[in-house]
Design a protein around this ligand. Structure first.
Ligand code: NAD
Length: 363
């Protein structure tokens, strides 16, 4: 398919905006951290992690020696504002001049929240496939409400993708985190502001992850598969940070918030159904997806979910059956752009199939 045409015969017009970041990729690249701190001209690093990854954060403090002024192992899901305010006070009182975040999207979110408040530079060492490190987007919660904003101050300056840091990511979370990443690239292919650069990255990313995730499920210590997955996740993060998302991301946001469902599992279950819903309206994206996923991309994504042992249905995550109609109403209550208009009966059917763990409608 001609990258300068979409699914019409008209030449494509587009705007491309790159998010500047320095990326260091490969096994053992954690060793580059002290040089990267020096390169930023920083001397006082505050290291961030979740409580579960405090050991990793302390290992970084040892590596940085006198360049580390503290470890804050208090990152939590959904970036609660009170934790971000508290950590910002810590950063100020320690006179930190750089933030180093090691972990998944929750820890990256805390670093972004502090950077938004202080304009401190960030170095991120991702340990999941969430991709937040590549985006200028921050979602913060207070009083049960999630507020999302975008600013160049939020975008991390340096990202060190050390593949070895992902070896400990449990097999189940590796699979769902990887499919969560694929969702960013899938929706980028039919974004209203899509462009050929992001299309190329999205196809490359989906191909890398689709091959790697079943291999990781079979052997979580397979370094080559881990490398391909992290490479794919990086590119998926670039997609998420560059173009707008649609039905799939909005629906997962609504379902997660309304029924308290886990983030990456919800994405994994919904993605094949959201893609099948949009398929009739996105022939160009389906053609690109077919190149890396085969003739029925929605069915292929469903199969990858099974191959990585992910839960098949939202009912397995604890969503009540009575929530299907409520979710359909909520999804329609806040209109947003989607390639296929939101039609209640088909949307309800999508949610019902995702709830039940049924196969997606054939695309
Ligand atoms: P997470 O960061 O919440 O991590 C889940 C758990 O796994 C944590 O306890 C963490 O410490 C642990 N963990 C992470 N890596 C590990 C490893 N290698 N080994 C062992 N344990 C490990 O999960 P996530 O899926 O990475 O991030 C989800 C969050 O990120 C959500 O809140 C989501 O909204 C946000 N997010 C934001 C963006 C953005 O652009 N702003 C993008 C993607 C995700």
């Amino acid at each position: 398919m001609d990258p300068l045409k979409d699914f019409t015969s008209e030449p494509r017009s587009f705007t491309y905006v790159g998010n500047p970041a320095r990326v260091i990729f490969g096994p053992g690249t954690i060793a580059r951290l002290p040089d990267e701190v020096d390169r930023l001209g920083a001397k006082r690093a505050l290291i961030l992690s979740t409580p579960a990854q405090q050991g990793d954060a302390e290992r970084l403090a040892d590596l940085l020696g006198a360049r580390a002024v503290g470890v804050f192992p208090g990152a939590a899901m959904h970036t609660p504002v009170d934790i971000s305010d508290y950590a910002t006070d810590r950063a100020r009182s320690l006179k930190a001049d750089v933030l180093v975040a090691i972990g998944g999207g929750s820890t990256t979110g805390l670093g972004k929240a502090i950077a938004l408040r202080t304009d401190l530079p960030q170095i991120v060492l991702p340990t999941t496939y969430a991709g937040s490190e590549m985006t200028p987007i921050l979602g913060e919660t207070s009083n049960g409400q999630k507020r999302t904003q975008s600013s160049p101050r939020i975008l991390p300056e340096v990202v060190i993708y050390d593949v070895e840091l992902t070896l400990g990511l449990p097999a189940g979370l590796s699979g769902t985190s990887g499919i969560n990443a694929i969702a960013h690239a899938v929706e980028a292919l039919y974004a209203r502001d899509s462009n050929p650069v992001i299309d190329a990255l999205a196809v490359e990313a989906i191909g890398a992850l689709a091959g790697a995730l079943p291999a990781i499920a079979a052997d979580p210590l397979d370094l080559a598969a881990r490398s391909r997955a992290l490479y794919g996740a990086w590119l998926c993060g670039v997609c998420l940070g560059s173009v707008g998302m649609a039905l799939h991301h909005k629906l997962c946001h609504t379902l997660g918030g309304s029924f308290d469902l886990p983030h990456s599992e919800t994405h994994t279950i919904v993605l094949p159904h959201a893609l099948a819903y949009n398929a009739p309206a996105i022939p160009g994206a389906m053609e690109r997806l077919a190149r890396v996923l085969g003739p029925d991309p929605a069915a292929a994504l469903f199969r990858i979910g099974r191959a990585v042992g992910a839960p098949a249905g939202l009912k397995d995550l604890g969503m009540p059956e009575g929530g299907i109609d409520r979710a359909a109403d909520l999804a329609l209550s806040n209109p947003y752009w989607n390639p296929r208009p939101l039609e209640r009966p088909a949307l309800r059917d999508l949610i019902a199939r995702a709830w039940d763990g049924a196969e997606p409608l054939s695309s």
